[in-house]
Design a protein around this ligand. Structure first.
Ligand code: SF4
Ligand code: SF4
Length: 140
């Protein structure tokens, strides 16, 4: 997964609804500092990154977006499918200030698998949300 030496490309998928009001700043910050869901990626290794949303409920657009990315990265730069990781943002994988985890998470995983890409969970993990998960205020 993320510690594989040949991973070259990270496609960070964020919730389309949440992105109506979020710039994605903390996702990028987490990648920059290799924290949260990016902690396993070596800081001294360069990765290409792409930030995109699921396209809106039910997330079906993600299939064609990722198929496009896979094709373009292969055709233009020789990036193989197993060198791409789809990183699901924390606003998709976990309950947070923005609301519950994505109700279509299983479907999103199915779509990503159908495109033939690997996936990792989480991006930015805020301290208050971690504490609320620990107390049970947030479910996951
Ligand atoms: S994880 Fe946080 S920073 Fe990233 S897109 Fe979702 S709400 Fe925004
Ligand atoms: S499918 Fe999930 S991630 Fe996409 S907009 Fe709907 S709730 Fe957000």
């Amino acid at each position: 997964m993320s510690d594989q030496p040949d991973v070259r490309y990270l496609a960070v998928v964020q919730c389309d609804i949440v992105m109506e009001r979020c710039s994605g700043y903390y996702c990028e910050q987490a990648f920059h500092h290799r924290s949260g869901g990016f902690a396993a990626y070596p800081a001294d290794r360069e990765y290409r990154t792409l930030y995109l949303t699921c396209g809106g409920c039910c997330g079906r657009a993600l299939h064609r977006k990722l198929a496009n990315l896979k094709h373009k990265a292969q055709a233009n730069e020789g990036v193989a499918a197993d060198q791409i990781v789809v990183q699901l943002a924390s606003c998709i994988t976990k309950e947070s200030y923005h609301g519950p985890a994505c109700p279509h998470l299983g479907y999103l995983r199915e779509l990503i698998a159908k495109v033939g890409l690997q996936t990792c969970d989480d991006t930015h993990l805020s301290r208050p949300a971690i504490e609320r998960r620990a107390t049970g205020e947030y479910r996951a």
